[in-house]
Unconditional design. Sequence first.
Length: 579
Amino acid sequence: MNLFKKFALAMIVLSVAACTDLDELLENPNGVDPSRADAVSLYNSVQLNFRNVANSQTVYRFTAGLARMNGEIGGFTYQATHGPTEFDGLWNDVYADLFPDIDAFISLAEPIGLDTEVASAKIMKAYSLMLLVDLFNDVPLSEAGLGASPDNQILNPTADSGEEVYNAAIALLDEALALLDGGSNFASASFDNFYGGSVTGWATLAKTMKVRAAVTTRLVGGAGGAGTINSALAEGDIIDANSENFEFQYGNNRANPDNRHPFYPNAYEASDAQYLSNWYMWLLAESKGFPDPRTRYYFYRQETDIIGAYEDDPNAFDCIQTMTPDPDFLPAWYEAVSEDMPYCLGSYSQGYFGRDHLNGSGIPPDGQLRTVYGLYPGGGKFDDGITNDDVQNAGVDGAQGAGIAPLWQASFTHFILAEAALTMGTDGDAREFLELGIELSQERVRAFESLVDGSEQVAMAPPVDVFVEDTYPADSTFTQYVDYVLDEYDAASSDEERLGIVAREYLIALYGNGIEAYNLYRRTCLPGQIQPAIDPNPGAFIRSALYPSVHVNLNQNISQKDGFTEPVFWDTNDASCNY
């Protein structure tokens, strides 16, 4: 496929944003000739291209930054932080790589009866289409990919409405389910990197994605609404156990190829790690008065004594409103949201150090002080609280990148079912869904303990030595956390308050999945009391991404949006829902 990759831009020109001086080029230079393609290698290409789209780090930084899950640091305003070239790579990945490969694979696999494999490809395409709509709203579909068609050549495809594309994605899910009904497993389990060739696994995913679509579009009554959800609940075949999760498993190979989770080389090689969100770290470490037991799995502190660090080197900090971190100072617009709002650090007492929302200042010499991605989900290092030190060690620390892309997990299912019960009147008990959502998230996070050596000694404290496994949170802390949240839920006086608790806990469980966090914000305007921008005038919140430059500049039928405030079709909230 390397030869084909070299023509990725040409493919964009032909299938999505073509230029008229290439009218004579009728053969797709990036597509795969089904008559010569090998099914196994082509399907593997589909899966890897899908991974690049579904776990795109450009998408993650954009969505997780807006959702306060990750540091949003490109500028002091939303407009300065994001621009039209941001998603050029994603556009190429989708329209030049993934969709042509899926279509070529289906053309090859359908005639030889690979129904389950074809169904899985349709599900991946459906997921990707919904992702595009969630980011951009209207995107090309019905006319996309026809630049090489001699019978119906379209070099400047128009955009289909976001609603039409969502409906097309749901139709693909239904087509996949029809193929999977009574179908058999993949001929080879190794053929499938997601479900090991299981027809049941893919069918469960497709049904869950229909529920996900119904909740995502609930404000406009899309995707069958409450009926879709209640039918799925009655059937019981949705992702409701961690063994059914839709995840891409990364490896720990450093080169040729580097198959590690993208979080890992970001922090554990030689470069300074990306800033994490102070507010999100505070949300886990301090907001409830005790640490969420998942905190030290999510984040690794290279330095725990941040107060000592800024006393030693005040130039290592850029807090904007003060010269150095000040636990007694809070900007007025922070305090207007909450007197407990973190400022400059995620935690003064525990040493969580990232950046406040939209702190776009320069980079001081703080690389070895920043809190970095931890063991979950990127395969980094578990924070034992004893051996905290620099992790710029050429990729030898922690799980060495053997993390996951949490595309959809059982905990996510339960949180959106709780949301649906509270807002749509669907079947089931929202409190029970909330409880199961938290417990399933905890279970999945704790499973990452198996990726590191728990018997590694971290301290000598005669007569008892301390090992990594001794520093894991006790079982009782996980139970106490669930009990605290449920008590809070029981004390809530309205469904709006209860929904706020569900949204907050969903946001915590979503770590590593930015698009669902961004969707949650736009759909619910929750959780409340999130950190405002460090500048009191950041501009309007981004409700959808601008079209990529590669699309606008090369397609005569596409015009750039007027700005970031254009909502996607399912977001009908008014301007007061401004995060």
